[in-house]
Ligand binder design. Structure first.
Ligand code: AMP
Length: 513
């Protein structure tokens, strides 16, 4: 089935329902959005000469045309390649070349960065600036295309991994993968009622854009903040306007919302659900968020290779404070989403019993078809029929998964394994610590020694000795950092993930004293 049928169905059943808004301004009802997509689809196939399966790059920050171009591409049977708008032009060039995109829809602010690259990209025949007269001309004809009869296994989203190590890989997500994700949203994440909305506060090239799917399936409203980026004040104001709003947020965004809400006291009633994930949420931070923003949270754990759909920690688990293992559950990423199998395995892929830490393996309908033109990486990552996530975690007897770390972030000091997250969780309980990241630094005797890189809370003067005492009171001696670095900010990628590789490299470059 073609995902675009979800849009066609919504337009048939709820033609007058609002489909897309830009801040407070309605851009299109469902009838209008479907009609525009059907026209743009026709222009892509006939005037631009694209064939089903051809790749179409989407390179723009959040704006209404994101929705239109994405759904038009599906409608026409093309394969969208959403590219993070904040990448360096060289990284974008790699993705355009590797995906073999024949056409790129580009935001006006990014056109000048792309133009000089076009000569080195023979497959890229056309760059269309969204919102330009060129773009309007594609939509000018009233001729439409019926939804292309895509197969379940056709490419629906070519998703380039953030590539913190090495070149990014193109994850092939099919129509069936994204349909599975959509159904899991309803089963495990949230219900979307009449008049429901999603606020696209996070980049639409990633989780927020993917979550447009269940919202279209439910004929709900997609709202794109006018700023095109994440501004907590704007988000709270939009939630107040579009009651029953949901949003996807990375943990760093949740933290900024909490800081804003604590001082500005915005109305919260309109904000129905904050789905968070994409990186570790520390126990101290989620407790803070629940105290300030209330019971509005759902956590998901996913990765590009199984988009948004590995486990979920549901609203009822947040609310069930009397459960004897409530805090453990809050610190977990929840249970397997519907239809997904999660197992913990050792290095030889043998399943491990509850309570033991190993690599998280995943199987099920949301797992990618493979990597684009990279059979070797596909075979390694999907070996024995399971997606090897590269995350280390443990399942408890009830099926709750606790993530320890990425396997490459594990520190081995004096022969003992130290999971940085455990140390970070302790450091973050100190009110003077705003952020903390723990990494290993090469050490001639122990292999690696543990270093904590800490951002102090505004106005706090917390010192290393105090944090050392805190660690001694809570974790084994061998796990405590031997060195503390106080910094103004942590290096992060465009999705807000801490770049531990950069921290490790910087420490390894320092001369030893
Ligand atoms: P990406 O493919 O860029 O979305 O990154 C996926 C990775 O982010 C996962 O493999 C995890 O390491 C991490 N991640 C995603 N969701 C969570 C979560 N809820 N808690 C902790 N880490 C997460």
């Amino acid at each position: 089935m073609n995902l675009a049928q979800l849009l066609a169905r919504a337009a048939g059943v709820f033609p007058a329902a609002p489909a897309l808004s830009h801040g407070p301004h309605l851009v299109a009802t469902y009838a209008e959005l479907a009609a525009r997509c059907a026209r743009l689809a026709r222009a892509l196939r006939t005037r631009c000469g694209l064939a089903p399966g051809d790749r179409v790059a989407l390179l723009m920050s959040n704006r209404p045309e994101y929705v239109e171009t994405l759904w038009a591409a599906w409608w026409a049977g093309l394969a969208p390649v959403p590219i993070n708008a904040k990448l360096h032009p060289r990284e974008t060039e790699y993705i355009l070349a590797h995906s073999g995109a024949r056409l790129a829809f580009v935001g006006g602010d990014l056109v000048s960065g792309i133009a000089p690259l076009a000569a080195g990209l023979p497959a890229l025949e056309r760059v269309v600036e969204v919102g330009s007269s060129d773009y309007a001309a594609l939509l000018a004809s009233q001729a439409t295309l019926p939804v292309h009869p895509a197969a379940d296994g056709d490419v629906a989203w070519l998703f380039y991994t953030s590539g913190t190590t090495g070149r990014p890989k193109g994850v092939v997500l099919t129509h069936a993968n994204l349909l599975a994700m959509t159904l899991c949203y309803f089963a495990d994440v949230d219900a979307i009622g009449p008049g429901g909305a999603i606020l696209h506060a996070a980049p639409m090239s990633h989780g927020s854009g993917l979550y447009g799917l269940p919202h279209v399936a439910a004929a709900a409203h997609q709202v794109i903040p006018e700023s095109g980026q994440f501004d907590p004040a704007e988000i709270f104001a939009l939630a107040d306007r579009y009651r029953g709003a949901a949003m996807f947020a990375a943990p760093t965004m949740v933290k900024r919302m909490v800081t804003h809400a604590r001082t500005a006291h915005p109305p919260l009633e309109g904000l129905k659900t904050v789905v968070y994930g994409g990186g570790p949420m520390y126990l101290a931070d989620i407790q803070d968020a629940l105290a300030v923003i209330g019971q509005r949270f759902v956590q998901i754990y996913g990765q590009g290779e199984s988009p948004m759909t590995i486990t979920a920690l549901a609203r009822r688990h947040f609310a069930d404070a009397s459960h004897p293992r409530h805090l453990q559950r809050l610190a977990s990423v929840g249970v397997a989403q519907t239809g997904m199998d999660v197992r913990i395995a050792d290095a030889a892929d043998r399943p491990l019993p509850a309570g033991e830490a190993g690599e998280v393996l995943v199987r099920g309908p949301a797992v990618m078809r493979g990597y684009w033109q990279n059979d070797e990486a596909t075979a390694a990552t999907l070996r024995s029929g399971w997606l090897h996530t590269g995350d280390v975690g443990a399942l408890d007897a009830d099926g709750f998964l606790t993530l320890l770390d990425r396997s490459k972030d594990l520190i081995i000091s004096g022969g003992s394994n130290v999971y940085p997250r455990e140390v970070e969780e302790v450091l973050l309980t100190h009110p003077g610590v705003q952020e903390a990241s723990v990494v290993g630094r090469p050490h001639p005797e122990w292999g690696e020694e543990i270093v904590a890189v800490v951002v102090r809370a505004p106005g706090a003067a917390v010192a290393a000795e105090e944090l050392d005492r805190l660690c001694l009171a809570h974790i084994a001696r061998f796990k405590r950092p031997r060195d503390y670095r106080f910094v103004e900010q942590l290096p992060k990628n465009n999705y807000g993930k801490v770049l531990k590789t950069e921290l490790r490299d910087a420490l390894a470059r320092e001369p030893r004293t």
